[in-house]
Design a binder for this molecule. Structure first.
Ligand SMILES: [Zn+2]
Ligand SMILES: [Zn+2]
Ligand SMILES: [Zn+2]
Length: 135
């Protein structure tokens, strides 16, 4: 009689789909860079945390990254300032997946996918563009 210990099934260890568990070290690194109410290491926040909510936006008023306008509003005591059209070659978008900074033009031309890592961005963010960017 042999004691047969079955090999663990490789697949059971693979992340199938999205893994929500934040890596503590990565999270603290990210929180140094992104202010507000982040809840994971891909810039999701208390307000917006679907699988697609993976960008942070730098605010012109304070030159700091926030996951969303509500985070900014609840964290600072000033009115948000929007990026003017002639400033859209500024790097003001942070991809939470690869941590690459994109210019506003790159973001608008990205078809809602990170040009660096291919991660999908939330197309519904466009409803709030006026809160970050000049129309
Ligand atoms: Zn600000
Ligand atoms: Zn937020
Ligand atoms: Zn990316």
């Amino acid at each position: 009689m042999t004691n047969f210990i079955s090999e663990p099934d490789e697949n059971s260890y693979h992340n199938i789909g999205y893994d929500h568990a934040p890596d503590v070290q990565k999270l603290s690194e990210l929180m140094m860079k992104v202010k507000g109410k982040t809840i994971d290491d891909q810039t999701r926040c208390e307000h917006w945390h679907s699988p697609l909510d993976i960008i942070a936006i730098k605010f012109k008023c304070c030159n700091e990254y926030y996951p969303c306008y509500e985070c900014h509003e609840e964290t600072v005591n000033h009115k948000p300032e929007v990026w003017k059209k002639e400033e859209w070659d500024t790097k003001a978008i942070l991809c939470g997946v690869c941590k690459k900074e994109l210019t506003i033009h790159q973001y608008f031309n990205s078809n809602n996918h990170c040009p660096n890592c291919g991660a999908a961005f939330n197309p519904k963010c466009s409803r709030h563009y006026h809160l970050y960017f000049e129309k």
